[in-house]
Every structure is written in structure tokens, then in C-alpha cells.
Design a binder for this molecule. Structure first.
Ligand code: R7I
Ligand code: MG
Ligand code: MG
Length: 352
């Protein structure tokens, strides 16, 4: 479809759920041989499976809250979004939330809370979480707002409800921008070669802010940590077929920090735009992206969820095997919500 087509909206939201559901199997595994990944994915094609057998985790649970809030409020409302996170957590606390964020979610449930950003600021002795929990739920911001300035602003605020460290919330900004550019056809030829450069120039502005500069000093990161990682993505891509999984992990990471997972997810998408050795020839790009993300091990549900959103916005809904969709809890809801977001997006410009 063309830029911002319905198919792209559906692809983004459904593939994010898929990544979370199929990636759950390997979350935290150190090494995942591609054979095991393919076995897991082939298992989904078994006729007796289906009907949401693979459950979604916190990644999707929180994404659903973001979607519902943006739709109900027709824009960003931090009070409403915070309430939804808290309510979702209290209903289903067993979705595999990060160890730190559950304290924030408990505090957000308090009816006496005035400043909904305060509990996040208290995390990790006051500097806030750098986990990828803000980034894993950032895709809907690119599906609700069409202007990159709005996307930057609201994805950042949405993440700051739980992640007040810039190394956390800027991961969310990067993920939302990646989905946005993909949704606009930024991974189609002939625009494809400029995709990563667009992200780098956006993030150069984002990371020039004082808070980002001081956090990168506190954590002894380079001056522009996300830009730095995006340059590494670019270098790895230029090496083309010769990149091993071990190198991807050592250069970009596969961990629970946003800095060690958002650039990795972007790399997975870019690397799998073309057929790759070790991946089945019958696989299309979306299937390759999923399989490759899982084979990295580490935070597989989250990396596959984020890569899924970016890839889904590029390939569209028809690239996602229906059998996979049927296996994943929440895929059908995501599809319905994608249509609602598409309508909102093409209506009036949403206000905050
Ligand atoms: O970021 P968050 O919501 O976790 C998301 C991850 C995804 O993989 C999900 O699929 C789920 O499995 O969890 O939750 P946080 O608790 O904010 O951060 C996750 C973890 O990162 C924390 O439990 C810490 O181990 C670590 N972490 C930090 N450690 C030290 N100092 C995050 N921030 C810090 C920090 O500032
Ligand atoms: Mg999870
Ligand atoms: Mg995870």
C-alpha cells in the first residue's frame, strides 16, 4: 500500500503482538540456534494449534493501554494513560513485567497521586529506568500522530510515565520515529538507503537536549549514545552478508536496556529486507525479521515486538501469515484497533 495505508497500520500493530507472543519462548535465553527458532515457528503451522495459544506479555499489555488511551482521548492524556497502565497491571500482574517497573505501576494506582510522572522519577535512586519498557510500547504514537514533532513529544511523555531516564525514553522516541518513517514508505526503494540517516539526524536533535547529555555522562556512555549505535547499525549493514549473530550481539546488544535493544531491532528489520543465508527461502521479509530477531536471544519478545512494528509498517498486513496471527492472543484486537487508529490519523490533526 501507499504511505500510511490501512494495510501498513494493521501490519505494524499485528506484527508487534506477534513478535511479543512468538518471542516469549526464548526471552532470556543466551544462545538460540536458528534450528530451534524455525522449529518453534513451524510448530505454529500445526493444524491443532491456533486460537491464541501463545499469550502476550507486558509488551502487548502496555501497548494496548497506549492504543486505548490515544483512541479514547483522541490524543495524548497522561492521566488517562497512567490510569490504564495501573489498572492493567492490577488485573493481570503476571505478564512478565520488569522487576523495577512494577513499583511504578503500583504507585500509579493511588487515587491521591497528583503528578503521574513522579513515581517513574523515583526509580533507581532517582535517575529513572533505562529499561526498554517505554520503547516496547511506543509504536502506537506513530499511528496516532502524523507530525514527527508530535511523535517525538508524545512518545517521550508516554515513556516517561514509567521511564524517566533519557536512555529509557529516548529509546521510545527512536522506536516511534522508526515506525513513522517505515509507515511513510521510508523502507521502500528508492528511499531505503536514507532510512538510517533520517533516524540519525532526528536523534541528533533529540540527544542534544541537556537531560540526555547529562545522563550519558552519568552512565559513561558516548555523547550521543543512540546516534552512536545507529552508526554501528549502518556499519554492520555495509558489511552485508558477512555479519554474524555474535557480532550483532557484541556491537548492538540484545539486552533489557533500551540502548541495547532498540537499535538492535532496527538492525533486524534492515538486515532482513533481503533473503539471508540460514533463513528459509519460502520466508518473506516479515517472517525473516521475526525469525532473525528470535535467533539473537536475550530480550527476544521485546526485540521481536519492536522489529515487528517497524517491519509490519513496511510490509503491511498481507505479509503476516494468517496461521501465525491465529496463534497469538491479542492479534485480532490489534487488527481492529489498527483500523481505528488509521481513521483517527487521517481525520483531524490530533491535539495533546
Ligand atoms: O523497562 P521495563 O518495563 O522492562 C521491560 C522488559 C521487557 O523485556 C519486557 O518484555 C519485560 O520482560 O521487561 O522495566 P524496568 O524494571 O524499568 O527495567 C527493566 C530492568 O532493567 C530492571 O529490572 C533492571 O534490572 C534494569 N534497569 C536498571 N538497572 C540499574 N539501573 C533499568 N534501569 C536501570 C537502572 O537505572
Ligand atoms: Mg515482555
Ligand atoms: Mg522482553
Amino acid at each position: 500500500g501507499g504511505p500510511a495505508s490501512l494495510s501498513r497500520f494493521r501490519g505494524a500493530l499485528v506484527a508487534a503482538v506477534l513478535g511479543d507472543c512468538v518471542g516469549g519462548e526464548f526471552e532470556g535465553a543466551e544462545e538460540v540456534p536458528m534450528d530451534r527458532v524455525l522449529q518453534h515457528l513451524n510448530g505454529l503451522e500445526d493444524e491443532s494449534r491456533g486460537d491464541g495459544i501463545l499469550q502476550y506479555s507486558d509488551d502487548t499489555a502496555m501497548t494496548r493501554c497506549v492504543v486505548q488511551s490515544l483512541l479514547t482521548r483522541a490524543g495524548f492524556d497522561e492521566q488517562d494513560m497512567a490510569r490504564r497502565f495501573a489498572k492493567e497491571y492490577s488485573h493481570s500482574p503476571g505478564r512478565g513485567y520488569g522487576a523495577g517497573v512494577i513499583q511504578v505501576l503500583r504507585k500509579l494506582a493511588s487515587p491521591h497521586l497528583n503528578d503521574v510522572f513522579q513515581p517513574a522519577r523515583a526509580q533507581f535512586s532517582g535517575h529513572g529506568s533505562f529499561g526498554n519498557g517505554g520503547a516496547m510500547r511506543a509504536a502506537p504514537f506513530a499511528l496516532a500522530f502524523s507530525n514527527p514533532v508530535d511523535i517525538r513529544r508524545y512518545s517521550r511523555l508516554g515513556a516517561m510515565l514509567t521511564h524517566s531516564c533519557s536512555l529509557g525514553y529516548n529509546g521510545a522516541v527512536l522506536q516511534a520515529l522508526a515506525v513513522h518513517i517505515s509507515l511513510q514508505g521510508g523502507l521502500d526503494l528508492p528511499h531505503r538507503p536514507t532510512f538510517i540517516n533520517k533516524l540519525i539526524s532526528e536523534m541528533e536533535e533529540v540527544e542534544a537536549e541537556d537531560a540526555a547529555r547529562s545522563d550519558s555522562r552519568v552512565f559513561s556512555e558516548s555523547e550521543f549514545p543512540f546516534c552512536d549505535r545507529l552508526h554501528r547499525v549502518k556499519d554492520l549493514m555495509e558489511r552485508n552478508n558477512s555479519v554474524s549473530i555474535e557480532e550483532v550481539i557484541s556491537e548492538l546488544g540484545n539486552g533489557i536496556a533500551a540502548l541495547h535493544s532498540v537499535p538492535t531491532a532496527i538492525f533486524c528489520v534492515l538486515h532482513c529486507l533481503e533473503p539471508r543465508e540460514g533463513l528459509p527461502e519460502r520466508y518473506g521479509g516479515l517472517e525473516r525479521t521475526m525469525a532473525y530477531s528470535l535467533a539473537l536471544g536475550g530480550d527476544t519478545d521485546t526485540i521481536a515486538c519492536m522489529a515487528g512494528a517497524i517491519a509490519g509498517a513496511h510490509y503491511g498486513i498481507d505479509a503476516i501469515p494468517q496461521i501465525w496471527q491465529r496463534c497469538c492472543e491479542g492479534a485480532e484486537d490489534a487488527d481492529i484497533n489498527a483500523e481505528r487508529l488509521h481513521t483517527l490519523y487521517h481525520q483531524a490533526p490530533a491535539e495533546g
